[in-house]
Design a protein. Structure first.
Length: 310
């Protein structure tokens, strides 16, 4: 290739495809092309494609940034639907803030037995002030609190101030709802250390309906200071009987009814003597055969339909 030209048949196809040889004016001769020129020609389409893609990427990024700013401006005033609260101080602080801002209705469900006297004392003034502000306050306890002197006295004071209190045999976990807009629920049994603040409207509405349904079945606490009226005693007896038939242990029954294990053992013993049972199996049979699991019309009429549906 002394002349700087070669015949076309002598050039490998790969070199032709890379543009490293180009035809000359005369005949079928090919002349070599500098690698820098060939590479520039070969890579130019790809460079142009990269430039176009980069420009498109910049334009799309700008558009989505603008959309994000609009979305953030529209939602910045909204609180998150769910907030996990950790630590007793954080939980109590969030609840106190929500309760203080409560303007129309406060609904509280307090499962378990009697409350410590110091907690009742600190709660009395705050809850009385809430009622005086015109907030409707409804509280659900379990029947077992009627046997706890400090808690029952507290309930009587709340009712006297204008609050509403009802009791049930069994109940769900602790629940606090303020104005049907924010609710607080435990994430586990360790409520004092971790709780969930709920502001999602659909979930708060669902929790409010659960409370309302339980409230309609509750037995009102009145100023008559009758700790355990006939309907409450019957309600507890049916709950105990139902759990005995289901095979629950005394420990689980005590936990579900908010009573001590010893109290449950005493109730079970009295029920066994009344029915003439000599064993747990026979007791279950006698409970079912004697109709202790059935509600009676007379008991419901004893408190009046108006009291039950409030």
């Amino acid at each position: 290739m002394t002349s700087g030209q070669v015949g076309a048949p002598d050039v490998p196809g790969c070199l032709l495809r890379l543009g490293l040889f180009a035809p000359v004016a005369e005949g079928d001769r090919l002349a070599p092309v500098p690698a820098s020129v060939a590479s520039s020609r070969a890579l130019q389409p790809y460079r142009q494609e990269i430039i176009a893609t980069s420009r498109l990427l910049e334009e799309l990024t700008s558009v989505f940034d603008a959309i994000e700013r609009v979305y953030s401006d529209a939602t910045e005033s909204r609180l998150p639907g769910f907030t996990l609260l950790r630590g007793a101080d954080v939980i109590h602080g969030a609840i106190d803030t929500a309760v203080t801002r409560c303007a129309k209705e406060l609904m509280t469900a307090q499962p378990g037995g009697g409350r410590p006297a110091e907690i009742l004392e600190s709660s009395l003034q705050r809850n009385t002030e809430i009622i005086e502000r015109g907030v409707r306050q409804r509280t659900l306890y379990q029947h077992s609190v009627r046997a706890h002197q400090p808690t029952f006295e507290y309930i009587c004071k709340i009712v006297a101030a204008g609050g509403e209190v009802r009791t049930l045999d069994e109940m769900f976990d602790r629940l606090i709802i303020c104005d049907r807009t924010v609710a607080f629920i435990p994430t586990s049994s360790a409520y004092e250390q971790e709780a969930l603040e709920v502001r999602e409207p659909a979930v708060v509405r669902f929790l409010s309906n659960i409370f309302d349904n339980a409230w309609s079945r509750g037995i009102p606490a009145t100023l008559a200071r009758e700790r355990r009226p006939k309907l409450v005693a019957s309600d507890l007896e049916r709950a105990l009987a139902r759990m005995l038939v289901a095979g629950y242990t005394e420990e689980k029954i005590a936990r579900d009814l908010g009573m001590s294990r010893r109290t449950i053992a005493d109730h079970t013993s009295r029920l066994s003597r009344r029915l003439g049972s000599t064993s747990r199996a026979q007791l279950g049979y006698l409970i079912a055969s004697r109709g202790l699991l059935e509600d009676t019309v007379e008991e419901v009429e004893a408190v009046g339909a108006s009291q039950l549906i409030g």
